[in-house]
Design a protein around this ligand. Structure first.
Ligand code: GLN
Length: 515
C-alpha cells in the first residue's frame, strides 16, 4: 500500500496542499484511517473513532474554506493514550482503566483541536508511562517501523512509531524521564521535551507529577515548533503551568515564547551560521556502556555543528551517574501516591469476587495493574515509609538538587547548548525487559537528569548504527538547553536539518506493510 503522507515531507507542504484544495482534510483522514487499519501489526493505535475523526476533518475543511485556517488546520495527528479524550477511550495502557471514557479533554487535546488538527485516535504507550521500550502496555508492545523485532522505545512508543510509519504528521507524547526523546531517537523522528511547566498537565494522567511534561513528536524540528506553539498556552487548571502570555511579560519579565519565530534564525548567516555558539560535550555521556555505532553517529553530528561554526567545549556533569538511583526513588514515590486513586470505587477495573472493601481494592489493583507498575508502587511506598524516608526519598531529593546545579555550572558559564546521545544503544530487540527490569532502567542514563532538573531537551535523527542482527537502525542526537531555551534548541535543530537529511529517511518496512 502506498502511503499518502510520504508525498509530504513536512507539515508546511501538507498545509499548502490543503490550502490549495489538492486534497481535503476529509479525504486525507479517510485515507489515513484505511492505512492505519492495514497496519495493525504495528500496534501503534489502541483506539480509533472513525466518525469523530471525520467530523474533526469536516470542521477543518470548513475552517480552510472560510479562510480561518491556522498552520495546523487539517493536519492529522494522534494522542498518546495518557491524555484524556472525549470520544476515544483513555486507558494509560492499563487494564485498570479498560473501557474508561473521560468526560473532558486534556488541555493539550483541547488546544490542538482549537487550531484545527484532526486526531486519528489514541496511541499505544507503556502502562502509566512507566518504561523505556513500550513493552509494558496492556495492549501488547508497539513495534518499531524500522524493524519488526525491535522496540520502538518508550514510553511514547506508539507516538514515535505512528510518526515514523507515516500514519500521522505529528503526535503528542509525555516525558517523565525520557519518554519523548527515547522513542523519537529509536524510531528516527524528532521530539522535544520542553522546560517543566511549559505545557499544562491538566488531563494528562499523572505518573510522577514533578517530572511529567508533555511534548510533541514529529518529522522535523520545524514541525515540532508548530506543534509546541499550539500546545504551550497557559492553563490555570495546572498550578505549575507557567503564566505568560504572548508578547506581554509576566511578573518575572518573561514572555511566552513564540517557537515559530526561530525558523529563520540561522538562515542568512553564511557558511558558519553557528559561529560564537559553544557546544558542551559532557565527558560522562561518552563513557563505558555507550554503543560504538551510536557514539560514532553522535560524534559525526557534533562535527557537523563544528563545521557550521560552533565551538566544542568539553564539560563535566559529575552527578550524571546518580540520576538513575535518584529518579528511580523519586518517580516511584510520586507514582505510588498518584496511583492510589485507582481504588476500584470511583472508576476503573473492579474485581468480581471480594469479601470486604479492603479485599476489593487489593484484588482489583492486583488484577488491574501490570508487573512494572506494581513494582514501582512497591518501591515508592517503601521509600516513603517511616524509617526509610530520610534514607531514600530525602537523599534522592538532595541528589536532584546537585544534578540541577551541575547544569547551571556549565550552561551559561561554559557553553550555550549541550550535545550528546539520547540512548546508549540503538533500539534493542523485543522481549528483553522481563528478564531484567533494572537493566531497562539503566538505558535512561542520558535522559533522566533533564527531568530531575526541569530543563528542555530534544532528540533529532543523526545517523544509523547496526542493531542486534546487524541491520541499520536510527540514532538520535540529544540537544539540551537552559530553562526556556527551547526556541534556541529548535532553531539549532532546524538548521542542522537544513544541512543534513537524516530526518528525511523513512523506514522501508512500513511501506511494505511488513510490520
Ligand atoms: N523510562 C523512564 C521510566 O520508566 C521514563 C518514562 C517516561 O519518561 N515516562 O520511568
Amino acid at each position: 500500500m502506498t502511503q499518502i503522507l510520504n508525498d509530504f515531507p513536512n507539515i508546511a507542504s501538507l498545509r499548502s496542499a490543503l490550502d490549495s484544495r489538492k486534497i481535503s482534510s476529509v479525504e486525507l483522514t479517510q485515507t489515513l484511517l484505511n492505512e492505519i487499519a492495514a497496519q495493525t501489526k504495528l500496534n501503534a493505535f489502541v483506539d480509533i473513532n472513525t466518525e469523530l475523526s471525520l467530523a474533526q476533518a469536516k470542521s477543518a475543511d470548513e475552517m480552510i474554506a472560510s479562510g480561518s485556517a491556522t498552520a495546523l488546520t487539517g493536519i492529522p495527528i494522534a494522542h498518546k493514550d495518557i491524555f484524556v479524550t472525549q470520544g476515544w477511550h483513555t486507558t494509560a495502557g492499563s487494564n485498570i482503566l479498560k473501557g474508561y471514557k473521560s468526560p473532558f479533554d486534556a488541555h493539550v487535546v483541547e488546544q490542538l483541536l482549537q487550531v484545527g488538527t484532526v486526531s486519528l485516535g489514541k496511541l499505544n504507550c507503556d502502562e502509566f508511562a512507566m518504561g523505556s521500550g513500550n513493552e509494558h502496555s496492556a495492549f501488547g508492545p508497539a513495534h518499531n517501523p524500522w524493524h519488526p523485532k525491535v522496540v520502538p522505545g518508550g514510553s511514547s512508543g506508539g507516538s514515535a512509531a505512528a510518526v515514523a510509519a507515516g500514519l500521522v504528521m505529528a503526535a503528542t507524547g509525555t516525558d517523565t524521564g525520557g519518554s519523548v526523546r527515547q522513542p523519537a531517537s529509536l524510531c528516527g523522528v524528532s521530539g522535544i521535551k520542553p522546560t517543566y511547566g511549559t505545557v499544562s498537565r491538566f488531563g494528562m494522567i499523572a505518573y510522577a507529577s514533578s517530572l511529567d511534561q508533555a511534548g510533541p513528536i514529529a518529522r522535523s524540528a520545524h514541525d515540532l515548533m508548530l506543534m509546541l506553539d499550539s500546545m504551550s498556552n497557559f492553563d490555570s487548571r495546572d498550578a505549575t503551568s507557567i503564566q505568560t502570555c504572548r508578547g506581554v511579560a509576566n511578573q518575572h519579565g518573561r514572555v511566552k515564547q513564540d517557537f515559530t519565530e526561530h525558523d529563520q534564525r540561522f538562515q542568512n548567516l553564511g557558511a558558519k551560521p553557528f559561529a560564537g555558539l559553544r557546544i558542551g560535550v559532557p565527558e560522562e555521556y561518552f563513557g563505558p556502556g555507550l554503543d560504538n555505532g551510536v557514539a560514532k553517529a553522535v560524534e559525526a553530528a557534533i562535527a557537523q555543528f563544528e563545521a557550521l561554526g560552533a565551538q566544542r567545549v568539553s564539560i563535566s556533569l559529575p552527578h550524571t551517574r546518580l540520576s538513575i538511583p535518584a529518579y528511580y526513588v523519586i518517580a516511584p514515590a510520586e507514582a505510588s501516591s498518584n496511583l492510589a486513586r485507582y481504588d476500584a470505587i470511583r472508576y476503573g477495573h473492579r474485581t468480581e469476587q471480594y469479601t470486604d472493601l479492603t479485599d476489593m481494592t487489593a484484588r482489583s489493583r492486583s488484577e488491574g495493574f501490570g508487573a512494572e507498575v506494581q513494582r514501582r508502587i512497591m518501591v515508592g511506598t517503601y521509600v516513603l515509609s517511616h524509617g526509610y524516608y530520610d534514607a531514600y526519598y530525602l537523599q534522592a531529593q538532595r541528589i536532584r538538587r546537585l544534578i540541577a546545579e551541575d547544569y547551571q555550572a556549565v550552561l551559561g558559564p561554559q557553553c550555550d547548548v549541550i550535545l550528546g546521545p539520547v540512548n546508549p544503544t540503538v533500539a534493542p530487540p523485543m522481549g528483553k525487559t522481563d528478564q531484567s527490569p533494572t537493566a531497562e532502567w539503566l538505558a535512561d542514563i542520558y535522559t533522566l537528569s533533564l527531568n530531575l532538573a526541569g530543563l528542555p531537551g530534544m532528540s533529532i535523527p543523526c545517523g544509523f548504527a547496526p542493531g542486534f542482527d546487524g541491520s541499520s537502525l536510527p540514532v538520535g542526537l540529544q540537544l539540551i538547553g537552559n530553562y526556556f531555551e527551547e526556541g534556541q534548541l529548535l532553531a539549532l535543530a532546524h538548521h542542522f536539518q537544513n544541512t543534513t537529511d537524516w530526518h528525511a529517511q523513512r523506514p522501508k518496512h512500513s511501506e511494505k506493510g511488513a510490520v
